[in-house]
Design a protein around this ligand. Structure first.
Ligand code: C5P
Length: 247
């Protein structure tokens, strides 16, 4: 894969740098450029490494999925892919509430509640976390978000509705591609006119993907848990996400 950067000529000042992405202003105040990095962190930045090709793969997977979510009635910030690692997006103010949707027990849910990983949940679980690197994105509830002014009641209702709509699209999408969507994390932003839209990314960094046949992990848990084969798992997910499906 080549690393072109046709977005460079549009890039203005760096507005935000997160663990996996940089966000740049552009000449148009309504648009940003997002650059996906190869940097990987886990355990709130304690574990750091580079995953070769990750920026390109996460950019490509997100650029493939977001227009389909948009077509399914979920408004997103995505405008177009600019280069192998960059995309043009609508400028939003990120709501500092990360939304996790769980279909199968895993990760922090299993640890917190003593439920064996892989236990199917008979109802989708929507969780909220406060987006704060300094605090390690702690679990909150909607009252906390309301009382601290991070989101309004209307925004929280909309976020939940959209998160479940994303789930309804993604679960069968991945199922058709031999992948179980165990859980995933979403971020939302507000536009100047007050609409809540899907932002950030959907990728092996932000989702748990298990192979439908073998339950092999095809996501960032391979890095978090030192399972090896990280790059191969990301490349395999890109292949499955973009491959045409029969029927
Ligand atoms: O670690 P935990 O089980 O809470 O993660 C649930 C899901 O949210 C996983 O798919 C994980 O990749 C994602 N996540 C994330 N960013 C975080 C925390 C979790 O993308 N800061």
């Amino acid at each position: 894969m080549t690393s072109t950067s046709s977005g460079e000529r549009y890039r203005g000042e760096l507005r935000y740098e997160g663990k996996a992405k940089r966000v740049y202003a552009t000449a148009d105040p309504h648009e940003y450029i997002v650059e996906f990095k190869d940097d990987a962190t886990a355990f709130n930045g304690v574990k750091k490494a580079q995953i070769g090709g990750k920026g390109q793969i996460n950019n490509a997977i997100t650029a493939h999925l977001f227009p389909q979510l948009e077509a399914a009635g979920i408004p997103t910030h995505f405008i177009e892919q600019l280069s192998s690692t960059e995309q043009r997006v609508r400028a939003v103010t990120i709501i500092p509430v990360e939304v996790i949707v769980r279909n199968v027990a895993a990760g922090s849910f299993s640890k917190r509640l003593g439920i064996e990983e892989g236990t199917p949940l008979n109802h989708p679980v929507v969780e909220y976390c406060y987006k704060s690197d300094a605090l390690g994105d702690p679990l909150i509830n909607s009252d906390t978000a309301l009382s601290l002014g991070w989101a309004t009641e209307g925004q929280l209702l909309r976020i939940r509705e959209l998160a479940l709509k994303v789930r309804a699209f993604l679960v069968p999408y991945f199922e058709q591609r031999g992948v179980r969507l165990i859980d995933f994390k979403l971020e939302f932003g507000t536009t100047p006119d007050g609409a809540v839209i899907l932002a950030d990314e959907i990728s092996p960094d932000t989702c748990r993907f298990w192979d439908s046949q073998t339950n092999e992990k095809l996501d960032k848990d391979r890095f978090r848990r030192d399972l090896g084969g990280v790059e191969d798992a990301y490349a395999e997910m890109l292949r499955r996400v973009t491959a045409p499906v029969d029927g």
